[in-house]
Design a binder for this molecule. Structure first.
Ligand code: C2E
Ligand code: MG
Ligand code: MG
Length: 409
């Protein structure tokens, strides 16, 4: 990808070092400036930069002020912050920039690590490609309505991602993840239709189709001798409908699946509308032996306040805290204290988004119970998953360490 990059730092030596590094990585369109003011001038002159790399500590217009001004100027490219300060200052600055909804690619300490810089730019390129394809993958209101009305024989399809018991190494459960089979655009991921369904208040009907499909599949696995626990995603507001819990009980009766094999995963992607009703229904489900998972724990949608209000049985640590955590003391501390908190509350802990052996080893060492992530298995269509399950469990039943695991991805 041809990128235009602007580097801002008051130290000339650092500027030329970064420029040389970028050029050696193949990015030749690199401009450098020594002050935040010059950078702002170039940005407001309408010059389009894909990425800005900016030092946090500069005299006069410092990095934090620069970030605010850049935000006001509605800069939409990627931003990498740079600092010789300690890791926590750097990560707080990144969090603040995220709050501004800037496209933060990451934070680099000094001296600059080439591999980290490379990963951040690769992340930007990947996101840009996704954004281009995302704009072509949204579906229309009519398509959504018709597809949901078509029910189980419509375009909604389930993919299943293995959830692996870290101690035994066996696949004991799955997360059911919805996909939309579009006639011309192919298979679409949830971001193409879930939030649209929420906006149009079609999410309850969508969830019912997904739930029925996933429970039917769970019954089939049980009949085949796999006592799989299936996790199914719910938007929290769906629980404000008092008939939802009854629908859930009816489906379980129809397929003769016990509630202990179903985990209800909840995230607050929208604010809770009727809090009392939602909580009441969730408690009802818990009283009836359903598992309740707090999804994406640690992100803005999923917090300590929710832990207090709802009797969750499982905590899923968001992948933001798992992926590549082994390289950061701060990330390890956050993971460790989250695991300890969950244990003290008697909850099972799932690490989401383990992409490498290092991720797996870290979450295993810290005491997580389950792991889910690309390292051990991506979401797959049913047949592919069934094949994967047989292969995996026949090789990995008593793997007490990742060194003994046979990986199939
Ligand atoms: P989620 O419930 O947190 O599901 C996990 C997401 O993380 C999945 O994305 C999965 O493919 C992805 N993932 C798993 N392991 C890794 C990894 O190692 N690295 C990375 N980068 N990603 C990983 P997916 O399938 O795109 O789903 C996105 C979200 O859409 C889900 O997040 C869930 O919130 C929502 N969703 C999916 N299906 C449904 C549904 O049936 N109903 C509702 N309400 N929401 C759904
Ligand atoms: Mg989930
Ligand atoms: Mg999640």
């Amino acid at each position: 990808m041809k990128l235009k990059i602007l580097v801002v730092d008051d130290e000339r030596f650092i500027l030329s070092l970064i420029k040389r590094t970028l050029v050696s990585m193949g990015y030749i369109d690199v401009e450098t400036v020594e002050t935040g003011y010059e950078a702002i001038e170039r940005l407001s002159n309408g010059r389009k930069y894909d990425i800005v790399i900016c030092d946090l500590c500069m005299p006069r217009l410092d990095g934090m002020e620069f970030i605010r001004v850049v935000n006001d100027a509605r800069y939409i490219g990627g931003l990498i912050v740079l600092s010789g300060q300690d890791e926590r200052i750097l990560s707080s600055a990144v969090n603040l920039a995220r709050k501004y909804k800037l496209n933060i690619l990451g934070a680099l300490g000094k001296p600059i690590e080439r591999s980290k810089l490379e990963n951040m730019i690769a992340g930007y390129e990947q996101k840009s490609r996704k954004a281009t394809s995302a704009s072509s993958c949204e579906i229309s209101q009519q398509e959504l309505q018709d597809g949901i009305t078509a029910g189980e024989s419509g375009p909604l399809e389930m993919f299943y991602q293995p959830k692996i018991n870290i101690r035994s190494g066996a696949i004991t459960g799955v997360e059911a993840l919805a996909r939309w089979q579009h006639p011309t655009r192919g298979l679409l991921p949830p971001y193409a239709f879930v939030s649209l369904a929420e906006e149009l208040e079609l999410i309850d009907s969508l969830t019912k189709v997904v739930f029925k499909k996933a429970v039917r599949q769970t019954m089939k696995w049980h009949q085949q001798g796999h006592p799989m626990v299936t996790s199914i995603n719910f938007s929290v507001n769906s629980f404000s409908d008092p008939t939802l819990a009854n629908f859930i009980f009816d489906v379980l009766n129809e397929f003769d699946v016990s509630p202990k094999y179903i985990n209800i995963e909840v995230t607050e992607t929208q604010a809770m509308n009727n809090e009392t009703e939602c909580i009441e229904n969730l408690i009802r489900l818990r009283l009836n032996n359903f598992g309740l998972s707090i999804d994406d724990f640690g992100t803005g949608n999923s917090s300590l306040a929710q832990l207090k209000r709802i009797p969750f049985t499982e905590l899923k640590i968001d992948r933001e805290f798992v992926n590549c955590a082994s390289g950061s003391k701060e990330a390890i501390a956050m993971l460790e204290s989250t695991v300890n908190l969950a244990k003290k509350l008697g909850m099972q802990v799932v690490a989401e988004g383990a992409e490498t052996k290092e991720d797996w080893d870290l979450v295993a060492r810290l005491g997580c119970d389950f792991v889910q992530g690309y390292y051990c298995g991506r979401p797959m269509p049913t047949h592919e998953f069934e094949h994967f399950l047989t292969e995996w469990n026949s090789h990995n039943q008593i793997a007490s360490s990742s060194d003994n695991l046979k990986i199939f991805v």
